[in-house]
Design a protein around this ligand. Structure first.
Ligand code: FES
Ligand SMILES: [Fe+2]
Length: 326
C-alpha cells in the first residue's frame, strides 16, 4: 500500500443508514456505519472484547454495538459503554480499536490509509467528476492485488490481443511511444498504436502530435480514467481488499444526453459494454503471476510498457517515502 493516501474503497450506496457494514480493505476487517448526521464512520471491525465481528451488530445512538455482549463503539474507535459493567461505569483505556478517517464524497467512501494528522483536506478525485456529471456504475471483485488491476488499465500493448472485437479493433499491434506526462500525482498517457506495415515504432520523443492523441489518466493512489471525449469518460477505482483481491468500481460518465430517460438508457448501455470489455481483461489478468507487482521483479518490460513503468516507479517512491510510517 502507498501510505498517507485517501483511497476510494466503496460506493457510497454500500453504506446504508441504520446498520453497520463489514468489508475487508487494506487486508483488515473494517466496519463502517453512518452517524446521526449522515457522515460515515470507520473503525477496525473486530471487537476488542472477544473478537466478534462488529458488522454483525447494530447501530444505535451514533455508535456501533457489538452483537456479542453489547459493547458500544464511537467513531474514534473507543468503547463508550460496557453494558455488563453498567452503562454509566467508566470504560478502561484499553477498550478501543483502530479508527480510520472516512469521508463520503462524489459517490465513494474514501478512507485514509496513514497517520490521521497527515491527511490532506482534498480528495484525489479527478476534477471533472466533482460537479454535475451523471454516471452509471458496476463493481466486481478480482482475485489479484490492486497493482495488477491498475496496470492492466495502463497497458496500451494488450488492446489488439485482448480486445480484438471491441476497443482493440483494427489490428493496431505496433506501439509508438507512448508519451507519458506527470502533473502532480496524475499520470496522463497518450496512445498511438498502428497496424504494422513494417515501419519502425516512434519513440515517445519523436511523436509531435501527442496532444491530439486519445489519452488516459491514472491518479495516485487508485483511480483511473479513459478520456474518450469531454462528455464521455470511463472511470475506475481499484479498492485494495488484500494482497490477492481487489474490488473494481467501474463508472461510465456521460453528459451528451441530458433527457433523464434517455440518459438512463445511454448510461445503462455503456455500463453493459464496459462489462464486456472488463471481462475480456479479467480472463487474462487473473492468470498473471505473481498476483502483485513491484518495481524490481523478474519481468522483461517493453518500451510500450512505459505507463506501467511510470506507475511502478511512482508507487515505489511513495512507498519508500512513507516507510517510516509503518
Ligand atoms: S465480543 Fe464484542 S462485546 Fe464481547
Ligand atoms: Fe483491457
Amino acid at each position: 500500500m502507498i501510505p498517507d493516501q485517501w483511497y476510494a474503497v466503496m460506493a457510497s450506496s454500500e453504506v446504508k443508514r441504520g446498520r453497520p457494514v463489514g468489508v475487508v480493505r487494506f487486508g483488515r476487517r473494517l466496519v463502517l456505519w453512518r452517524d446521526g448526521d449522515g457522515g460515515v464512520a470507520c473503525i477496525d471491525g473486530t471487537c476488542c472484547h472477544r473478537g466478534a465481528d462488529l458488522a454483525a451488530g447494530r447501530v444505535g445512538g451514533g455508535h456501533v454495538h457489538c452483537p456479542f455482549h453489547g459493547l458500544r463503539y464511537a467513531a474514534d474507535g473507543r468503547v463508550v459503554a460496557i453494558p455488563a459493567n453498567g452503562l454509566d461505569a467508566e470504560v478502561p483505556e484499553n477498550f478501543r480499536v483502530r479508527p480510520w478517517l472516512a469521508v463520503d464524497a462524489f459517490g465513494f467512501i474514501w478512507v485514509f490509509y496513514g497517520k490521521p494528522e497527515n491527511a490532506p483536506d482534498d480528495l484525489p478525485m479527478f476534477e471533472e467528476f466533482r460537479g454535475d456529471f451523471p454516471y452509471a456504475e458496476r463493481s466486481e471483485v478480482w482475485d489479484v492485488h490492486y497493482s495488477r488491476a491498475i496496470e492492466n488499465q495502463l497497458d496500451v500493448i494488450h488492446l489488439p490481443f485482448v480486445h480484438p472485437n471491441t476497443i482493440g479493433r483494427g489490428n493496431k499491434t505496433l506501439v509508438n511511444g507512448p508519451v507519458t506526462k506527470w502533473d502532480d500525482e496524475t499520470l496522463t498517457f497518450y496512445v498511438k498504436n498502428e497496424p504494422d506495415h513494417g515501419q519502425t515504432p516512434q519513440l515517445a520523443e519523436e511523436i509531435e502530435d501527442w496532444e491530439q492523441l486519445s489519452s488516459l489518466q491514472y491518479r495516485v493512489p487508485n483511480l483511473w480514467q479513459n478520456r474518450i471525449s469531454n462528455d464521455l469518460r470511463i472511470m475506475a477505482a481499484f479498492a485494495p481488499i488484500d494482497d490477492e483481491h481487489t474490488k473494481i468500481y467501474l463508472r461510465l460518465y456521460q453528459r451528451m444526453v441530458r433527457i433523464p430517460v434517455l440518459r438512463g438508457i445511454v448510461c445503462a448501455a455503456g455500463n453493459v459494454a464496459n462489462g464486456v470489455i472488463l471481462h475480456q481483461d479479467r480472463r487474462v489478468v487473473l492468470t498473471q503471476r505473481p498476483k502483485k507487482t513491484e518495481l524490481r521483479m523478474g519481468e522483461n518490460l517493453l518500451r510500450g510498457d512505459r505507463p506501467v513503468i511510470e506507475f511502478r516507479s511512482r508507487r515505489d517512491k511513495l512507498k519508500r517515502a512513507g516507510e517510516h510510517l509503518d
